[in-house]
Ligand binder design. Structure first.
Ligand code: GLC
Length: 590
């Protein structure tokens, strides 16, 4: 990437463009507004640089055609060649973090934690390449992926977005992800975004948007490590993180955003803020905007108040609170990325190659997702070699996550917090549907009450978590002071998922279902659908086989492929697995 940015033709093009731009046009490029708050007219009137979909924010009927029509309208507006207005095409960004999962009918891949269990960098690159095509099929050109978090605490609601707590494993996936997404920056490529810079996975207590207390050598060794191959691979954007490092918020940390990332590591793309992340720097919006811009934020991701942000940037540019050299640097970076991506010469979204294909959810894409599910499964217990199962056995399938494609997809799927049931996951198979397709004598009894020793040889009980995203996935012990990244602890308002990692407390219904079946003397295979390892001492004691399936996505069939022996178990834990601490020490006695 640095080679390109030294490309004389690119630099000449951008400098010439910059020289023609008014201050209004410059600060306009630094704004990314959310689609619900921005019209095409806003884009042309205010020269906006980018639009995004927050998690679950979709146009019309949420079909590819709706997305293409939306992007076409924004793009046309950005290319309005008003007098003195340099036409600068707009970028559209989404969270395609496990496939383009906002969109109905997309291929939904396992979340990153499951890919960590697969230990297969080549598979990760193929997934990224397919994701790029399904993103392009909707006229979108930028995804806020890969997440390079090295999650250190299972309490964190974003553990599942992390490949592992081992920075070496995360590092091994960084370049393949960027390569798969950005490729040769040609027709099949989207712009990638390494996130969240920096130390998002290291907060105290796993608090989402909390504070990471760490020495600089440790920050470099653990959390920065995965960014090096991503930068070397030419990732074009980096997202600033909500969390703080030793009490200083990343969005306002000039040392980490500019001195380290841009100067020492030579990043020449642009830094985008996280969702209203700039607001968290100060109760005074004007001060917050100046702090972020001067620290090194180049593009401001704003959910609703984008006009205020724009006006404040303009005010700061005119009064010098933000030096024009900083404004020019930010805009140059944004224009260079757009130029590097070929955006100035790409046709309108509706006329681009992948907009003309109907590749969303294509069978060959789903086949790769199914392969990923197979490779992500981890066999944790197998008493009496119960699995693989005989597909002709009389099988009882139970558990709240057995026939729930929404639950098996997890967060950032159709809705920010994910969905429940099967209606919103169009295409794909639930774990039950996958079993039913190959086992002629399988029956479904979600709570297990149909269990009958005379009618069933074995049970498969699919248990675990419901979908969640970000702070709403946090585990916050009772009485813990919820810290968030906003001055008023705004994220504290997000209800935590629970107060403990103990599944039998978080979801007692699972052990109840298992016990109902065991009461019949039927052997049980537990399949855990969750965004992280949980404490399952009770469930392990009550079952014969136990499988971690993570958040497998739309292709639940992959579970049956391995359960019945068509493929071996090859997945291994990407995180250590917790257990209850010993209740009493050896030697204890009243
Ligand atoms: C969210 C997340 C970030 C995501 C962004 C846009 O709050 O922190 O990962 O890319 O907002 O949805």
């Amino acid at each position: 990437m640095s080679a390109h940015f030294a490309d004389r033709e690119a630099v000449a093009f951008v400098d010439a463009l910059l020289a023609r731009m008014s201050v209004e046009q410059k600060v306009g490029q630094m704004i990314q507004g959310e689609r619900m708050a921005v019209t095409p007219d806003d884009v042309s009137t205010h020269h906006l640089g980018s639009i995004l979909s927050g998690g679950g924010s979709a146009p019309g009927g949420n079909q590819p055609a709706d997305w293409i029509a939306m992007n076409d309208a924004y793009w046309m507006a950005s290319m309005t060649d008003a007098p003195g207005r340099a036409p600068i095409p707009i970028l559209y960004g989404v969270d395609a973090v496990h496939g383009h999962a906002n969109v109905l009918g997309a291929t939904v891949f396992p979340h990153n934690i499951g890919l960590g269990a697969a230990r297969d960098a080549e598979l990760v690159e193929r997934i990224a390449r397919i994701t790029a095509r399904e993103v392009l099929a909707t006229g979108v050109d930028w995804t806020f992926a890969p997440t390079l978090a090295v999650a250190q605490h299972l309490y964190w609601g974003r553990t599942y977005e992390s490949f592992s707590d081992d920075h070496a494993l995360v590092t091994s996936y960084a370049a393949p992800m960027v390569r798969g997404l950005q490729g040769d920056l040609g027709r099949d490529s989207v712009i990638a975004c390494a996130k969240h810079w920096i130390g998002d996975g290291g907060t105290t207590g796993g608090r989402d948007q909390g504070n990471t207390v760490i020495t600089e050598p440790e920050l470099e060794r653990v959390h920065m490590a995965p960014y090096l191959p991503a930068l070397a691979e030419g990732v074009l954007t980096v997202m600033a993180s909500f969390n703080s490092i030793n009490g200083v918020k990343c969005h306002g940390n000039k040392y980490l955003l500019t001195d380290v990332l841009k100067h020492r590591l030579g990043f020449q793309g642009f830094v985008v803020s996280d969702w209203d992340g700039v607001d968290y720097l100060s109760e005074d919006p004007a001060e917050a905007v100046a702090l972020a811009a001067n620290a090194g934020v180049d593009m401001f991701m704003v959910s609703v108040e984008w006009k205020r942000c724009l006006d404040l940037l303009l005010q700061h540019a005119n009064d010098g609170t933000i030096p024009m050299s900083r404004i020019d640097d930010a805009v140059r970076r944004i224009l260079l990325v757009k130029h590097r991506y070929g955006l100035f010469t790409r046709p309108r979204p509706a006329e681009r190659y992948w907009s003309q294909q109907s590749c969303l959810g294509a069978p060959e894409h789903r086949a790769v997702a199914r392969e990923a599910v197979r490779k992500s499964l981890v066999l944790l217990q197998n008493n009496n070699a119960l699995v693989p199962l005989n597909r002709d056995a009389r099988i009882l399938v139970a558990g709240k996550n057995a026939h729930n494609r929404g639950h098996q997809c997890g967060g950032f799927t159709v809705a920010w917090q994910g969905t429940s049931g099967n209606d919103f996951i169009v295409g794909g198979t639930s774990i039950w549907e996958g079993i039913q397709a190959v086992a002629p004598n399988a029956t479904l009894s979600e709570d297990g009450t149909l269990a009958n020793a005379q009618q069933h040889d074995v049970a498969i009980v699919v248990i675990g978590e419901r979908p969640y995203a970000e702070g709403m996935g946090d585990i916050r012990p009772a009485g813990a002071v919820p810290v968030g990244s906003s001055p008023a602890g705004k994220t504290a308002d997000l209800a935590a998922y629970g107060q403990t990692l103990e599944l039998s407390i978080l979801h007692p219904e699972d052990l109840a279902t298992i016990n109902t079946i065991r009461a019949q003397g039927i052997p049980v295979v537990a399949v855990l659908v969750s965004g992280r390892p949980l404490i399952v001492d009770d469930e392990l004691a009550a079952t014969d086989a136990f499988i971690a399936a993570w958040l497998p996505g739309s292709e639940g069939q992959g579970v049956a492929d391995v359960l019945f022996g068509d493929y071996p178990f090859t997945g291994v834990l990407p995180f250590p697995w917790p257990r209850m601490a010993p209740r009493w020490p050896r030697g204890f006695g009243l």
